[in-house]
Write a protein that binds this ligand. Sequence first.
Ligand code: HGY
Ligand code: MN
Ligand code: MN
Length: 407
Amino acid sequence: MDSVSSLLESIEDVGRDTVRGGYSRPVFSPAELDLRSWFEQEARRRGLDVETDRNGILWAWWDVDGADRNGGTRDGALVTGSHLDSVPGGGAFDGPLGVAAALAAVDLLKERGVQPQRALAVTVFPEEEGSRFGVACLGSRLLTGAIDPDTARNLKDPDGVTFAEAARANGLDPAHLGRDEDALRRIGDFVELHVEQGRGLIDLDSAIAVGTSIIGHGRWKLTISGQGNHAGTTLMEDRADPMVAAAQVILAIRKTAATTPEARATVGRLQPIPGGTNVIASRVELWIDIRHPDDATTAALVESIHGQAQKAAAFEGCTAALTRESVSGTVTFDGELQRQLQLAIPGAPGLPTGAGHDAGILAAHAPSAMLYVRNPTGISHSPEEHVENDDADYGAVALADALERLL
Ligand code: HGY
Ligand code: MN
Ligand code: MN
């Protein structure tokens, strides 16, 4: 078996972000394309048959033949995998750990002489982070029909490039984006291994956990419009400054989430337009990430924050408009699949997560489950995200044990 750490070492210089630190690997960027080539090469080295589907999802197949083994078809296959794109300045493990562990698990299954009774696929989903086009899990949402293809085609990146244009530039036909019945039929069960993105496995003192649920989460764009003007000639009492309103809103968001049990809300991205040092902004765009285990509470949080934003804007002589970018309800993973993973990995605790994943989107279409590997820093979406080599390799062994049981 190639160790997971050696697989990750071979891509450790791809997409390094020298300004932010960590990695910036947006979908279809040169870095992410390099990672796709790396994956295809590693998969082919293992004798897997690699295809890219109409939504840009990579599938590396370990096929079976013979009527006695699921009829030699790919339908109802066992699928594992994750993503290779990252958030801006992200860590080395969010996504790639699941892909590398899946490749290492294939090595182990072959070394063990396992004869799969159904096909196995290792997949890579594009745009899981939604860092370029704004919608999280865009690839798996397209596959399942969870996003309207026209909406997807018209998504724009910060440079104004549409997803249709980016897809076409990377060999996809934008007209074919959307729900893929054939591909969905091939997913009998889906298991995703992922770095744990909080402190759960530190506190549980365990190297691995079986995912139980993903709390509901969404992202909204708030645009606050005021009066662009000169920083020196505009008296303070004559200003309609959206940056001041934005500051009030960010504090209100913090207070609202901090006083709602189990809620999380974040403004991690803010864009003043035009963004000059000696210019009062004409408008400010900011993005809000809101999460809560109860979907109705998430909706109520959005409502409350929207109302507070309109008030704060009005107080500054500005206006505020909120648009939804992507929302996922709380997902509980398939009970039987969780049980199979627990049997395959005795002693692994169950762990809920506040992080979204493609497994959460697929869960509405096929039994899905996740395995998490300990992150000793408990930090993610940051260069400080970490996994010890031994835990990474143990993750691949645990994934192989789970896959062997499910194959
Ligand atoms: O944002 C998330 O929850 C995930 O890391 N994409
Ligand atoms: Mn992530
Ligand atoms: Mn991830």
